[in-house]
Design a protein around this ligand. Structure first.
Ligand SMILES: [Zn+2]
Length: 152
């Protein structure tokens, strides 16, 4: 492995949404998130494991899930919970304890949207592969490419 690659692979990655944005989500939909829960049951104690740029996607998604979740809970008497929210292969991954076709569809739409949205800033982006896979806009791809070179 050459030096540039070594630096890229070891580059620290910010995998956490800002606390104030997390708090907005927790306060708006407290019924779905249990940030103090046991990690054997929920990973929400780790917070949202992606950068700030996907906040809007999450916010709109959660608003759209409200009626779907209410219908599900009324008919089944079971409680929906979000167990994990993270970045994987450049896209937004959300795990819930239970799901329906309608909910799965909406989660998939959010994931597709994340593949076109810069994870850092929320502007239009695309999936980039350069040691890691991440969905970024041109600006943030450029910023990341420059960092290792400046070290040399
Ligand atoms: Zn960006």
């Amino acid at each position: 492995m050459n030096r540039l690659l070594a630096i890229r692979f070891s580059e620290p990655r910010n995998r956490q949404m800002r606390k104030e944005l997390e708090q907005k989500m927790f306060e708006r939909w407290p019924q779905w998130f249990n940030p103090k829960g046991d990690v054997r049951h929920t990973r929400m104690s780790f917070g949202f494991q992606h950068e700030d740029g996907w906040f809007d996607i999450l916010w709109r998604l959660s608003g759209d899930l409200e009626p779907l979740a209410a219908e599900f809970e009324q008919t089944t008497g079971r409680h929906l919970e979000v167990l994990q929210v993270k970045e994987k292969f450049g896209g937004l991954r959300i795990h819930m304890n239970l799901t329906t076709d309608a909910i799965r569809q909406r989660l998939l739409a959010a994931q597709l949207e994340s593949f076109l949205t810069c994870e850092v800033c929320g502007h239009p982006g695309q999936r980039r592969e350069c040691g890691w896979i991440k969905t970024l806009c041109d600006l943030h791809t450029g910023a990341r490419d420059r960092e290792p070179k400046e070290l040399e």
